[in-house]
Design a protein around this ligand. Structure first.
Ligand code: HEC
Length: 134
């Protein structure tokens, strides 16, 4: 009887410990990942006048379908600036983050007349949303 009680207390303890470990290891990942739902709202507010996420739909700016991971200036038929054509850094999350913080400062001479998203959380959210467009 004593043994059983001890055993039960012990397994409750290890479940709690496992939960604590999970929570601490998951927290930083969530902070960096951003929220695609919030990102969609930001996209609708600040990007959609110039960008579509649909394949082949170019507006003032090129279609952003499958933007995360692809090469800059790779949408067929869009008239990119020379600055963007010369940009060889693939659009991973880090490159998008620094571009969206200050588009015209990051890639000098780009055609995107947009002041950027100064808030790092907004950028993480938008990037999380862009990741869904593939
Ligand atoms: C005023 C119009 C405008 C707004 C607003 C705008 N963009 Fe752009 N965007 C452009 C143009 C024009 C280009 C092409 C730049 C060039 O060729 O120099 C571009 C290029 C880009 C590229 C590179 C595309 C490629 O194919 O390499 C990304 C990524 C991008 N924009 C993301 C965004 C996001 C995300 C937002 C909203 C937070 C946004 N843009 C808001 C006009 C805009």
């Amino acid at each position: 009887m004593m043994g059983m009680k001890f055993g039960a207390a012990c397994s409750v303890g290890s479940v709690a410990l496992a939960a604590t470990l999970l929570a601490t290891s998951a927290a930083p990942v969530r902070a960096m990942d951003g929220d695609p739902i919030a990102g969609q709202a930001i996209f609708q507010r600040t990007c959609v006048n110039c960008h579509s996420l649909d394949v082949g739909v170019n507006k003032v700016g090129p279609s952003l379908w499958h933007i995360v991971g692809r090469q800059p200036a790779s949408v067929q038929g869009f008239d990119y600036s020379d600055a963007m054509r010369g940009n060889k850094t693939p659009w991973d999350a880090a490159a998008l983050d620094s571009y969206l913080a200050d588009p015209r400062g990051d890639v000098h001479g780009v055609k995107m007349f947009f002041k950027g998203l100064p808030d790092a959380h907004d950028r993480a959210d938008v990037i999380a949303y862009l990741k869904t467009a593939r």
